[in-house]
Ligand binder design. Sequence first.
Ligand code: NAI
Length: 429
Amino acid sequence: MTEYPPISEQLSADDLESARTEGRRKMDWADQHMPIMNALRDSFEADQVLEGERIAMAMHVEAKTAILVEVLADAGAEVAVTGCNPLSTHDDVSAALDTHERITSYAKRGVDDEEYYDAIHATLGLEPTITVDDGMDLVAAVHEDYPELIDGIVGGAEETTTGVHRLRAMDDDGALEYPVFAVNDTPMKRLFDNIHGTGESSLASIAMTTNLSWAGKNVVVAGFGYCGKGVARKASGQNANVIVTEVEPRRALEAHMEGYDVLPMAEAAEIGDVFITTTGNRDVIVEEHFEGMKDGVLLANAGHFDIEIDLEALVDLAVDTYEARDGVEAYELEDGRRLNVIAEGRLVNLAAPISLGHPVEVMDQSFGVQAACVREMVENGDEYGPGVHEVPDELDKEIAEIKLEAEGVEFDALTDTQREYMGSWDHGT
Ligand code: NAI
């Protein structure tokens, strides 16, 4: 197993002290706005539901995630955590987490590829019984490099669309050897996190990073899935003119019926002022598109991996590159046009220098589902065979009910007659 130091051994003593204080302050703020995680913490801690478990996690290590990590540790588990993106870790939060007696945090911002994977492997030194992923890098490392761990793993949980896609591909190949919950696919995650979270935080990150307005701009949103819908809706709400590109006919039609312009990227490239990719696919904006773009455009990606904008092609086209602002790299082309890439084409709402990720309330919901899934794997893991599993609807509803109660929202319940009617087939006209 790889030797890789936790964050507390990577920072100087002075930096560590102040980082811990600031990280704790960020976590306390998040914690105040996470009623679901607070309710789960109370019950998990009282019953020590994860006692004796060992959990390896690869997530965006910032304040909200830290509350999830802490809740799992307070429930009795040993936790080893690292980042799931080289740029999304907040070192101060990572340092604060590492002070918990049952948590080791290897997450550090700005690591290179080798350090990134060394840290992933270091978490597996814990010999986990559960894995919690955002993007499937842990599951991949277990299967490719440490298959001897598989027998000891009861199951896993996956946070994002790209991770679930990768897991399903692995499952289809018969290569996934333990059960993993598709947390991403639950209504409590996807309808709020992917839509509202990605929409709000991507736009906020781009606006703060560039100090530019949305009003009157042509904003090209690539992909009209859950994230794309959120980005399009929020950009439109800020008075931008939204143009959608798609490859799936029903989603293209949906965008058209929502009132957005739908165009092929080759045409959108020529009129866009801001481009935001949300496809989870590769090579969405490539050389032929760069060639037609206007001077000064902004290019950002909100999909999981940094492969949606072909930066290698842009580097080849550019005669000069320079940092135009913190988090903005300008690529100057031979004819003088400047194309500005935000956060190195990595997911913009987490990787730009001022990015904070999704709003706290949204992550309270997503991580509520994550925590409930970990508990379910521990309590009933034997009932799930190897493969990707949908999260039981009852767990998702439990999280919604906790949130509604915290918000003071009351709602109706079916009467017995209504329940019987909804379950019957013989009541016609
Ligand atoms: P989704 O599957 O609902 O939507 C993706 C859409 O992109 C689909 O409609 C698909 O037809 C379209 N698409 C695929 N290739 C395309 C191409 N070449 N051109 C135009 N459209 C194309 O997925 P979802 O949930 O919207 O997630 C998208 C990505 O965002 C994933 O990588 C996911 O992991 C990531 N994600 C990022 C978050 C963030 O915080 N930035 C939060 C949640 C998800």
